[in-house]
Design a protein around this ligand. Structure first.
Ligand SMILES: Nc1ncnc2c1ncn2[C@@H]1O[C@H](COP(=O)(O)OP(=O)(O)OP(=O)(O)O)[C@@H](O)[C@H]1O
Ligand SMILES: [Mg+2]
Length: 318
């Protein structure tokens, strides 16, 4: 059914380096959330903190009554069973072929027979478009294929919470469109809580129910997709619309000279909001909201042309 993840006042440092501080947000049960942020702002560190691989300096991560930032190893082991994780680097065992890599969590955590395992593995391999590559070693395939194999492995235990770190890095645009549709279809099917870290603005604009932005050592904003896509907060508007004008520079923050050079240059108007991808079989997701619902409820007029079906760049259902 998907499990809520409640993050309260989370701060993470490595030595004296603060990665982010006082991050609070709730990943609503069964909804898809995307986390954005410039490179190096600690998105991967955040993901690892959510599954207790890294301990925060302060704060709590509540999952079904357990604070995994502060619980025992035994409790952590139990809570981890709820998760499926795709790490940024794929984290495949190099000496095992893809079949054994994907089967690994099933052999480790279930008592399924080898023939049952075969069924699940082949099913997930097909889902990510890797049928026929079962006997390849991770070193023998492309980065995009490794990503998809990692995704298959993240799915085998039917997770309640799916954490996915940059599924689209190294993927071509067509496969990215397929993966995006796959996330929507999967969410409709398994109803898990998703957190996807991505740099792909099209993914961020069309896939999630909620969007978050980590910037300059804090969570700049987290909320419903339409809230961020209509936000005129400079950092949010710059990032979600892939602009050069705004507070974010090449090395994270622009200095005073760079900002002064932009005086008088206005940010372009917000582009129309695309429709959110829908499940390909037409069955609604539990978290699905009507287009424009958030805007209506909050008295926000979306940019002209918003929610027209032709606005969606990555088609799938459109
Ligand atoms: N185990 C670690 N020990 C020390 N510092 C670390 C560790 N892991 C990450 N960092 C530091 O934390 C910061 C955030 O890293 P992180 O990998 O989370 O960035 P990111 O937002 O995922 O970037 P990208 O978009 O490039 O993947 C970086 O400065 C990194 O060097
Ligand atoms: Mg990362």
């Amino acid at each position: 059914m998907g499990t809520e993840v409640k993050v309260e006042g989370l701060t993470k440092k490595f030595g004296s380096q603060v990665i982010w501080k006082d991050v609070s947000l709730t990943l609503p049960a069964g909804e898809i959330s995307v986390m954005l942020g410039p490179s190096g702002t600690g998105k991967s560190v955040f993901l690892k903190t959510l599954i207790g691989l890294l301990k925060p300096d302060t704060g709590n991560v509540w999952i079904e009554g357990t604070d995994i930032a502060n619980c025992s190893e035994k409790e952590l082991y139990e809570v981890r069973k709820l998760f499926g994780v795709l790490f940024q680097d794929g984290a495949m065992f190099g000496s095992m072929d893809l079949y054994d890599n994907v089967a690994f969590p099933l052999r480790e955590h279930t008592r399924k027979s080898e023939s049952e395992i075969r069924q699940v593995v082949m099913d997930k391999m097909e889902l990510v478009g890797l049928t026929g590559a079962e006997n390849k070693l991770p070193g023998e395939i492309s980065g995009g294929m490794r990503k998809r194999a990692g995704l298959a492995r993240a799915l085998v235990l039917d997770p309640e919470i799916l954490l996915i770190d940059e599924p689209d890095s190294g993927l071509d645009p067509v496969r990215t469109a397929y993966i995006n549709q796959l996330f929507i279809d999967l969410n409709a099917q398994i109803d898990a809580t998703f957190l996807i870290v991505t740099h792909d603005i099209n993914t961020a604009r069309t896939v999630p129910d909620n969007i978050g932005l980590l910037y300059h050592k804090h969570l700049a904003m987290f909320g419903p997709r339409e809230m961020l896509l209509t936000s005129t907060e400079p950092v949010v508007a710059q990032f979600l619309n892939a602009q050069r004008v705004g507070p974010i520079g090449m090395s994270e923050e622009k200095d005073a000279d760079e900002l002064a050079a932009e005086t008088g240059i206005d940010m372009p108007p917000l582009p129309p909001i695309p429709v959110q991808l829908e499940p390909s079989d037409g069955r609604p997701r539990r978290a699905q909201r009507e287009s424009g619902e958030w805007c209506r409820q909050n008295g926000v007029t979306p940019p002209e042309g918003s929610f027209e079906p032709t606005m969606a760049l990555s088609g799938g259902a459109a």
